[in-house]
Write a protein that binds this ligand. Structure first.
Ligand code: ADP
Ligand code: MG
Length: 701
């Protein structure tokens, strides 16, 4: 096949300046590999590889008519070309048509480009026009085409610009895609009435027009993905996602799990009786939903969502005991050692007095202890196991795992949930319960979590006072230190959180250490402690335990304390450089205080030079305590991919549709998926496979 984007002699990247990151002679990976990185394997992948944007080269604008800030194409003759020394060598060219003169500037360029721009040459240049320092209109890094005559024909349609990768040219992609369009069968699988109801154009028409918009098409509308053809493709994508999730759910209902019915007077009942508090209505509701799933002979997959501090741990513990009461094992897992340890402490405190042993398993156990713990799990002697995800790693075999619980599920990625599920004995799967403090907005849940059931705990235990939140400029650090001194004198404990700096553990540690030293100096009366991500788990735990026991008054920390830590006596939270944290993170951090009865404060120390987004985040976090509201704003500011960590979640990601702005299409797709699967499952699955070839746990399962 003469298919290769790069012929044999061009297999190596051209020598370029350092800033491109190439070294001379560096080998590129083989083409299929580079294409696979872009998701381009089958013909359908190419057909659905839609343009990022479009360029309008169908028209020529006279130089006299170009406008600053607009993108256009001119046709002109090179009048001057020179190299200028200005922080590196630049190529500056002047071109003229009968109406005026325009300047082209290349900050990096190839010798071939210099040749193309030799005086006397007729060229077409395409790009964004701005005003140069000298006053002429100017295009920086224009797209240049040599021109043989002034009446050389123009393209009749907009030029598609595709997402591309190393050594893959637009020209090659265009050809490959055009051939794929001819090779696949563009027959419309989606039932006609569904399309009519939404007034969507046909698939064949949409595909052709999105790759090659008709002459006269508005490049803006196409680039903004606001045309009927785009709407059709977004709908098809959402439909494919809904079909695969729904199908995944159906497959699950054909799998077997042990029904867990609990027992009268078992551990579950005993723990409930011994609790010093009453469960909230929302906790009871979640438990009822969980218990009804556990009673089924198909594996449960339920997510319990509830704001920080709503009491998810007790719900998890009661569910675990139901599994134990039913004669199976239960496991509770957390993403970090610290959090797992807290769960272990809490469960032990509840259950030891009742006579039930909780087994602690973590990656940091000594080899011998670990082997002993694993043996207890294998033999079934350990009924309830708490640990980090080391627990779900290969070496651990459960005799009979009835229920796996994963706390802070969003940190795991959804793939890991599948691995936990396959670790149970006797051909039946474990029920799975996940817990998350990140409230997931409805549209996202409908999209990315459509295959699982959700319980929401939307009520906090009584007696909590809302945390008063203030934003204070770092200029006023001294005032904040004085306030901390004051509250420490009253026996109130305080968290002082330092941000990650440039993702570097070392710089991060330095900042936290310096802050701790500074506080030791400024607050001679208070006991200052420091926890940090690079400390050993043991040291971290010891430090946290000292804080929990009240031996430390001010705990300087990096975000290791972000998730789940529970110290009710801590009532002051200082977040330094709060503008660098994400909204959900700020909300999680703030949720560490306000757990006891004392009035709690959260102080957001911000850098006075904060960005617009930083300012926006601080405003939102100050204005509301409602986790759902905050999550919605977070989603708006960050976009769904980052919000969900969707890339590694195993759920087919969306490339074109946006669950926020296309919420209506999503609703329609959900209904259509249900109907279509009921009417013609084979055809619906065929549609989904066009979109998601390999890599979907849902279609291949
Ligand atoms: P999260 O949902 O953030 O994991 P936790 O499970 O850590 O919250 O609970 C926060 C605190 O609230 C814990 O100290 C827990 O014992 C307590 N708690 C949980 N449920 C109730 C309740 N119904 N009434 C009073 N306190 C409760
Ligand atoms: Mg928790």
């Amino acid at each position: 096949m003469a298919d290769d984007a790069t012929s044999a002699k061009k297999q190596t990247a051209p020598k370029r300046s350092r800033r491109f990151g190439y070294e001379k002679g560096q080998k590129l990976a083989p083409l299929p590999e580079r294409l696979a990185k872009l998701g381009l394997v089958r013909d359908w992948d190419f057909v659905l590889h839609l343009p990022l944007r479009y360029e309008d080269e169908t028209r020529i604008t006279s130089i006299a008519d170009v406008r600053y800030g607009e993108t256009c194409q001119i046709q002109a003759t090179v009048t001057r070309s020179e190299l200028r020394q200005s922080s590196g060598m630049q190529l500056v060219t002047q071109v003229a048509d009968s109406t005026g003169t325009l300047q082209l500037r290349h900050i990096h360029f190839y010798p071939s480009q210099r040749k193309q721009l030799a005086p006397g040459n007729l060229i077409r240049a395409y790009g964004l026009v701005r005003q140069s320092v000298g006053g002429l209109p100017e295009i920086v890094h224009p797209k240049i085409k040599a021109c043989s005559s002034t009446d050389q024909s123009l393209p009749s349609t907009l030029t598609p610009i595709y997402p591309s990768g190393e050594g893959i040219t637009q020209t090659w992609l265009r050809k490959r895609i055009d051939r794929a369009i001819l090779d696949v069968d563009l027959v419309d699988l989606v039932p006609n009435d569904i399309l009519q109801k939404l007034s969507l154009p046909s698939l064949a028409q949409s595909i052709k027009e999105l790759h090659h918009p008709l002459p006269g098409a508005d490049p803006e509308a196409y680039s903004q993905r606001q045309t009927p053809g785009w709407k059709r493709l977004k709908f098809d994508e959402l439909l494919a996602q809904q079909i695969s999730l729904r199908h995944g759910r159906k497959l699950r209902s054909t799998l077997h799990a042990k029904p867990l019915l609990g027992s009268d007077g078992g551990w579950e009942a005993r723990l409930l009786k011994s609790l010093p508090f009453e469960l909230t209505g929302a906790q009871l509701r979640a438990l009822k939903e969980i218990n009804s799933d556990l009673a089924s002979s198909h594996p449960m997959h339920r997510l319990v969502q509830g704001d920080v501090g709503c009491g998810k741990t007790i719900v998890a513990a009661l569910a675990a005991l139901r599994a134990v009461d039913s004669g199976t094992q239960a496991a509770l897992m957390a993403p970090t050692e610290l959090l797992a340890e807290q769960h272990y402490q809490k469960l032990s405190a509840w259950l030891k007095p009742l006579g039930l042993e909780v087994l602690w398993l973590s990656g940091s156990l000594k080899a011998k202890e670990k082997a002993a713990a694993q043996e207890k799990i294998r033999s079934g002697q350990a009924r309830l196991v708490v640990g980090t995800h080391a627990l779900i790693q290969d070496a651990v075999e459960f005799k009979d795992l009835g229920l796996a619980i994963v706390d802070e599920q969003h940190r795991f990625g959804v793939n890991q949930r599948l691995r936990v599920r396959s670790s149970s004995a006797e051909g039946s799967l474990a029920h799975l319960l996940t817990l998350s403090a990140t409230p997931i907005p409805r549209t996202l849940a409908m999209s990315y979590l459509a295959d699982i059931d959700i319980s929401v705990i939307d009520e906090l235990p009584p007696g909590r006072t809302p945390v008063a939140t203030k934003a204070v400029s770092l200029d006023r650090l001294a005032d904040v230190v004085a306030a901390v001194k004051n509250s420490a004198a009253q026996g109130k404990q305080c968290y002082w959180v330092c941000p990650l700096i440039e993702e570097s553990e070392k710089a991060d540690l330095t900042a936290a250490t310096m802050r701790a030293d500074f506080l030791v100096e400024s607050l001679p009366q208070a006991r200052i402690g420091l926890v940090h991500g690079t400390m050993s788990a043991e040291d971290k735990n010891a430090r946290m335990a000292a804080f929990a026991a009240g031996e430390i008054g001010v705990l300087v920390a990096t975000t290791v304390i972000e998730v789940g830590v529970d110290v009710p006596n801590a009532s002051v939270m200082i977040i330094e450089h709060a503008e660098r944290f994400g909204l959900s993170q700020l909300h999680q951090l703030r949720g560490r205080v306000g757990r006891g009865s004392a009035k709690s404060f959260c102080i957001l120390l911000f850098d006075p030079n904060l960005s617009q987004t930083g300012r926006e985040r601080l405003r939102i976090i100050r204005q509301t305590n409602d986790g759902f509201e905050i999550a919605r704003e977070d989603l708006r500011l960050r976009g769904p991919g980052e919000f969900m960590g969707a890339r590694q979640s195993g759920v087919p990601a969306l490339r074109f549709a946006d669950v926020q702005t296309d919420a209506e299409l999503l609703d329609a797709a959900r209904d259509a998926a249900a109907r279509w699967l009921a009417e013609d499952e084979a055809k619906a699955l065929k549609h989904a496979r066009r979109w998601f070839s390999g890599g979907s746990d849902y279609l291949d399962a």
